[in-house]
Design a protein around this ligand. Structure first.
Ligand code: 3PY
Ligand code: MG
Length: 243
């Protein structure tokens, strides 16, 4: 299932309208970011509704590994969860269990928008279809990489390069060329691919995302809405001034 790379949009602005716009730009999936985005649950609900009017698969990043919040976002129609700061297998198991109905996990039953967006057969397919990506972005997570990747039902890894470079090199830089960062990213990529799971990473631009795909990543995020707004706005002003 990972031959064709997944281009994943990223939403930090709490708006159904901008979610709808982004969802129509050709992304395979779009993530509503409740960790660093300015987004609460009611915003996320509206944004997931907006995304379901577009071809993009709606995903959510939770602020932390909290089963209650994961359950609510899945009920609100997220078709996958990206969970930050996974540092060991136990945390990864807890995360995956929150995304799966019994007997595979402990997600409580009340699919709500899952039924509206996914259809009446949502309960029969949710366990297979809900994507679970654990973020590797801590020193401990890197050290426990193999046991995290091996967790049953975990679909893949999503590298948080800002946090990872912060702990490895002392400064947050998503495209860091620091040797320790290059080695860490390569190790996560190699181990994840070897396990037959999805290797994902956050990037700061479309060009950077293309390089990550060439490197072997299956799932890339070519910057978020805020970064794109800043870039496009700066460029427009500079062009208008003839710079
Ligand atoms: C990171 O780079 O640390 C992230 O979490 C990407 O959003
Ligand atoms: Mg992070």
């Amino acid at each position: 299932h990972h031959d064709k790379p997944i281009i994943n949009g990223w939403l930090a602005i709490p708006s159904g309208y901008s979610a709808e716009i982004v969802g129509h730009q050709g992304y395979d999936a779009v993530t509503v970011d409740l960790q660093h985005g300015m987004i609460g649950f009611s915003d996320a609900l509206t944004m997931l509704q907006a995304l379901s009017s577009t071809p993009a698969i709606p995903l959510a990043r939770v602020p932390h590994n909290d089963p209650a919040q994961i359950m609510r976002l899945l009920d609100a129609g997220a078709y996958g969860i990206i969970c930050p700061m996974i540092s060991n297998a136990e945390q990864a198991r807890r995360f995956v269990a929150a995304c799966r109905y019994p007997p595979l996990g402990n997600r409580s039953f009340g699919p709500a928008r899952g039924l509206l967006y996914g259809g009446k057969d949502y309960p029969q397919h949710a366990n297979q279809q809900i994507l679970t990506l654990a973020m590797i972005e801590t020193q401990e997570g890197l050290e426990n990489l193999e046991e995290i990747i091996a967790v049953d039902g975990l679909d893949g890894i999503f590298i948080g390069p800002n946090d990872l470079s912060l702990v490895l090199t002392g400064s947050a830089a998503a495209e860091s060329q620091h040797p320790q960062m290059l080695a860490a990213v390569e190790r996560v990529l190699t181990q994840t691919r070897a396990a037959g799971k999805i290797a994902g990473i956050f990037c700061t631009s479309g060009r950077a995302a293309a390089e990550r795909i060439a490197q072997g990543f299956h799932f890339v995020t070519p910057a978020n809405d805020v970064m794109q707004l800043i870039q496009a706005g700066r460029e427009a002003v500079a062009h208008a001034r003839g710079e």
